[in-house]
Design a protein around this ligand. Structure first.
Ligand SMILES: [Zn+2]
Length: 203
């Protein structure tokens, strides 16, 4: 059994089985498989290098969507593998410009909802780490991508121009206050720490 499999984490959440595939690729990325077993449907969250492990876990599930938190290359390095294995549409916020637009099948807007069986995954546009960074909410679980790491917010890319920085900072802070589920579910960020982080310069 590989180190990855040893650290794979599975969370049961109502009808959903959420599996985290940690430490993927050279940048230690996470990917998630959000599966509604009864309905036979699943959603994939991010597709870093090393996503073969996630693909192998899909089995007979029908993947209804591949959601990207943002388009820093480490989050979609295995695009071709995931796309060819699932044929599922790739969702991403249109403010993301690093990945070629032709690779995005469905532009996402704040509040958009995707379904896996009866379960809903809701998009929350959280500009800050990148202009189109998007968190995803399933029930009380939030997937923050690189907007929020355990103990530290993700750096801002690109840094806003000085005249608009205050506006960007306020908007970012308002969004971060709503976050409950950082990148590593094994180390949940306590709410008082979120308050401290919102006052931290992020680049
Ligand atoms: Zn990033």
């Amino acid at each position: 059994m590989s180190a990855n499999k040893e650290e794979m984490q599975t969370h049961e959440n109502g009808p959903l089985t959420i599996t985290k595939f940690p430490h993927l690729g050279p940048f230690d990325n996470n990917a998630y498989l959000i599966a509604h077993r009864e309905a036979g449907e699943a959603i994939i969250l991010d597709m870093p290098a090393g996503s073969r492990e996630l693909i192998d876990a899909i089995g007979d599930l029908k993947v209804t969507a591949v959601l990207l938190t943002h388009t820093h290359p480490d989050h979609w390095a295995d695009y071709d593998l995931v796309k060819s294995a699932t044929g599922a549409p790739v969702f991403c916020h249109p403010a993301e410009v690093i990945m070629p637009a032709a690779k995005i099948d469905r532009p996402l807007a704040d509040g958009d909802e995707m379904a896996a069986g009866s379960a809903i995954v809701r998009a929350l546009h959280t500009p800050g780490h990148t202009p189109g960074s998007t968190c995803y909410i399933v029930g009380e679980i939030l997937f923050s991508g690189d907007v929020l790491f355990p103990g530290v917010p993700g750096r801002r890319d690109p840094r806003p121009p000085r005249p608009r920085r205050r506006h960007h900072d306020r908007r970012f802070q308002a969004r971060v206050r709503r976050l409950r589920f950082p990148r590593s579910p094994s180390r949940p960020l306590r709410r008082r720490n979120v308050g401290r982080l919102t006052r931290t310069r992020t680049s």
